[in-house]
Design a protein around this ligand. Structure first.
Ligand code: ADP
Ligand code: MG
Length: 328
């Protein structure tokens, strides 16, 4: 199978919203009047972001999911994406499930594959997504990292730390009951981008980021760009990962500090971390409900710079949790 057959068979579909899709030198997109384009790229490299043994269907899902997660963090509605793919060989047993997983998630979010590039080389997947954010009264409705205000509540969607739990099982450092592992593994290999929640938070949240490197590390980006500090309640954080394994009785297998480390710095969560003023609490609850996404209040924003961790009694907890950094 040649390069063009491969594109034709696995990645070319009729254009829908796009003016022009796969096949020409450029694709053409027409953003709706009164909107801005939100654009983001993410690359997945074998051995770095995924294991060579991962199910290609799940990998196709994840490659797009991590990009949709960036659109979600900006409150953008997905429109389209491009796919730059380096493949060691044209292996149809890999390509078929990969494109299936990729395009199923794309269809779920109405996000169209409009072009890309295909080349031979070590497996590498790079996606660029395009989304739409409204401009109202001359103001962009995009959620940014820079808008957090002292006194704001701090929230996180879904659960954090369970992708790390799965990774630790793969690494052989821990073992958990099979059902707990399977659930955690899905979170690692097939994360759910919080696209509906991100859009529902427009005009309600003051800042947002998606958690890819770990909750505290990504919170640090909000704090830096907003020029503020924060206090995080660690008891709430522990519950977010421990609740995951509770039903199987797996919580007792690790000490609280292990759970806490995974929740605060585990990484690969693809949840939204966001801030909103206390006056918006009922609006946040309504956004969570309308998007069918659980949301937990986990702390607040302070005028004083720096990050403080407290336990359930409000006592300070030492911060020994570091996030992932590719070059550290
Ligand atoms: P060019 O020679 O102009 O670089 P290519 O031959 O690389 O174009 O690609 C031909 C067409 O196929 C283009 O429209 C391109 O966007 C599309 N394309 C190439 N690879 C992919 C891919 N992996 N997924 C989707 N579209 C692709
Ligand atoms: Mg060209």
């Amino acid at each position: 199978m040649g390069e063009f057959d491969l594109i034709e068979r696995y990645f070319k579909r009729p254009a829908r919203q796009a003016v022009l899709g796969v096949g020409d030198d450029c694709a053409l997109l027409q953003p709706a009047p009164g909107t801005q384009l939100a654009i983001s790229s993410d690359m997945l490299v074998e051995g770095r972001h995924f294991l060579s043994t991962v199910d290609p269907q799940r990998l196709g899902h994840k490659a797009l999911a991590v990009n949709l997660s960036d659109l979600a963090a900006c409150g953008a509605k997905p429109l389209a994406f491009t796919l730059a793919l380096a493949l060691p060989r044209a292996d149809e047993a890999w390509l078929a499930p990969f494109s299936q997983g990729l395009l199923a998630l794309a269809d779920l979010h109405g996000c169209e594959l409009i072009g890309g590039d295909t080349t031979q080389g070590p497996l590498n997947i790079c996606i660029t997504v395009f989304g739409e954010v409204p401009v109202v009264g001359g103001r962009s409705q995009a959620l940014l990292r820079s808008g957090a205000q002292p006194g704001d509540d701090l929230y996180v969607s879904g659960s954090v730390g369970d992708a790390r739990l799965a990774l630790e099982v793969f690494r052989g450092t821990v073992s958990v009951p099979a059902a707990v592992f399977e659930a955690a593994r899905l979170r690692l290999e097939q994360p759910t981008p919080r696209v509906a929640l991100g859009q529902a938070l427009r005009g309600i949240a003051t800042s947002a980021i998606d958690i890819s490197d770990g909750l505290l590390g990504d919170l640090g980006h909000i704090l830096k760009l907003s020029g503020v500090g924060a206090t995080v309640d660690t008891a709430v954080a522990i519950n977010l990962v421990a609740a995951y394994a509770d039903c199987m009785g797996a919580r007792g297998q690790f000490d609280a500090n292990t759970w806490l480390g995974w929740a605060l710095a585990g990484g690969d969560d693809y949840e939204l971390l966001f801030t909103a003023p206390p006056a918006h609490r009922t609006l946040v609850t309504a956004a969570a409900q309308s998007s069918h996404t659980p949301v937990t209040r986990i702390g607040h924003i302070d005028q004083a710079h720096g990050l403080r961790l407290v336990d359930e009694h409000g006592q300070a907890v030492a911060n020994t949790y570091s996030s992932f950094d590719h070059f550290a």
